[in-house]
Design a protein around this ligand. Structure first.
Ligand code: PMP
Length: 447
């Protein structure tokens, strides 16, 4: 018994199914990141062998229009010719040195120029690493231990943040009720996280400014508040008007460090990320995904006085063998070059057309559906809504989503295999692709 689900389940074709069966004996769940295993939607995942523009192909030769976009990084689409040419050239000149390179300076300059709150930054290799280091820095700077996070937000898999986390944690909690922490209790949502570590994490509902106020009023030493300024990991949930401003004011008043986790939103919803779009100034920002252009990159940065506490300038240690990797830096640089005002306008138009199309198709089929969208990230929630936080997201009909998912997959459209994730539109999608997707959605929703 290797844990592989029934062969007759929908999803990948025979070659994918064979790969999956072998993978299940070699890697937990057959995957290297849990949601890829299709547990929330059933069936077995297609194994992908190629991507170009807005399309991907699986091991059985099936073609799909792709809205996963590698979970956000591929804002320019798969294998963008400029990115491929640049990384090929860079790799041929040496793929890693473990010594400073000009590309790191160029990339740091590009990020700092686009995100005004970032005076200095440090590149790492994943979003998880970026968040872990930012919180260590916040704790060092304040001499305090508690972290405030929001229910349903996901910040990577560091111990302190696997408390009421979104993304795969939310997906799997649905698959096995009881796995999720109880309201109000800072219990870890993963085995292996000591209660003592989780106890320093306080969780409040997203979009609930009063709850944040209450946490600060209760005192206790809050080192940092970390937030996805537009939540993407309980599905897309935009911030209510004034919510982020209140969080920023409360942090300033209490001397707590405000950390924006813009791993998804950075360079996705605007060049300056959510903070640019909403006119805010966090103390620290975490980035990832788009800035790596499909290669493993994360970054954290912000106020100079804080970043000067990082080794070798200061006492906060953080390091990485492949940090600032030249191939990844070059992929990021080429991707950022494509992201001018016209690109964001186009992404917004395509996102709007897709969201409106999905909502219209659901209306015509009398399926209750709320589509939350900010720019090119969106989630259709199978509920009458509105969806403003983790509790309202979890009222969605996950079985309805699973049926919809497989209806789309069978029609050649690949979307996230979970209700609680964001769909991503890229610059490679066309208005025609969106129309095709909406037609497929209408067919999948028809009763
Ligand atoms: N923060 C956010 C907001 C994310 O969406 C993710 C990943 N989906 C992470 C952090 C962790 O990034 P990584 O998977 O690169 O470690």
């Amino acid at each position: 018994m290797n844990g592989a689900p029934r062969a007759a389940a929908p999803g990948g074709g025979p070659r994918s199914a064979a790969l999956y069966a072998e993978a299940c004996g070699l890697m937990p769940g057959g995957v290297n990141s849990p949601v890829r295993a299709y547990r929330a939607v059933g069936g077995t995942p297609p194994f992908l062998v190629r991507g170009e523009g807005a399309r991907v192909w699986d091991a059985d030769g099936r073609e799909y229009l792709d809205y996963l976009g590698s979970w956000g990084p591929l804002i320019a689409g798969h294998a963008h010719p400029a990115v491929v040419a640049a990384v090929t050239e860079t790799a041929a000149a040496g793929s890693s040195f473990g010594a400073p390179t000009p590309l790191e300076v160029e990339m740091a300059r590009a990020v700092a120029a686009a995100v005004p709150s970032i005076d200095m930054l440090r590149f790492v290799s994943s979003g998880t690493e970026a968040v872990m280091a930012a919180l260590r820095l916040a704790r060092a700077a304040t001499g305090r231990r508690s972290i405030v996070k929001f229910d349903g937000c996901y910040h990577g898999h560091a111990d302190a943040l696997l408390v009421k986390a979104g993304s795969g944690m939310m997906t799997l909690a649905h698959a096995s009720p009881g796995a999720r922490a109880q309201p109000g209790a800072a219990l870890p949502s993963s085995a292996g996280v000591p209660d003592e570590v989780a106890a320093w994490t306080r969780v409040v509902p997203f979009n609930d400014a009063d709850a944040v106020r209450a946490v600060f009023r209760a005192g206790g030493e809050i080192a940092a508040v970390i937030v996805e300024p537009v939540a993407g990991n309980m599905g897309v949930v935009p911030p209510a008007p004034g919510f982020l401003e209140t969080v920023q004011d409360l942090c300033r008043a209490a001397g707590a460090v405000l950390v924006f986790d813009e791993v998804i939103t950075g360079f996705r919803i605007a060049r300056g990320g959510a903070q640019g779009r909403y006119g805010l100034k966090p103390d620290l920002t975490c980035l990832g995904k788009v800035i790596g252009g499909g290669f493993p990159v994360g970054a954290y940065g912000g106020r100079r006085d804080l970043m000067q506490m990082i080794a070798p300038l200061g006492p906060v240690y953080q390091a990485g063998t492949l940090s600032g990797n030249p191939v990844a830096m070059r992929a990021g640089l080429e991707t950022l070059r494509l992201l001018d005002d016209a690109a964001y306008r186009r992404l917004d138009e395509l996102g709007a057309a897709l969201a409106d199309g999905l909502a219209g198709a659901a209306r015509r089929s009398s399926v209750p559906l709320v589509v939350n969208r900010v720019g090119s990230m969106l989630t259709p929630f199978f509920t009458a809504g509105p969806v403003t936080d983790a509790a309202s997201a979890q009222r969605a009909d996950v079985d309805g989503y699973a049926r919809f998912f497989h209806g789309l997959l069978a029609r050649g459209v690949m979307v996230p295999p979970s209700q609680f994730e964001a769909w991503f539109v890229s610059l490679a999608h066309t208005a025609g692709d969106v129309r095709r997707t909406v037609d497929a959605a209408a067919a999948a929703l028809a009763r």
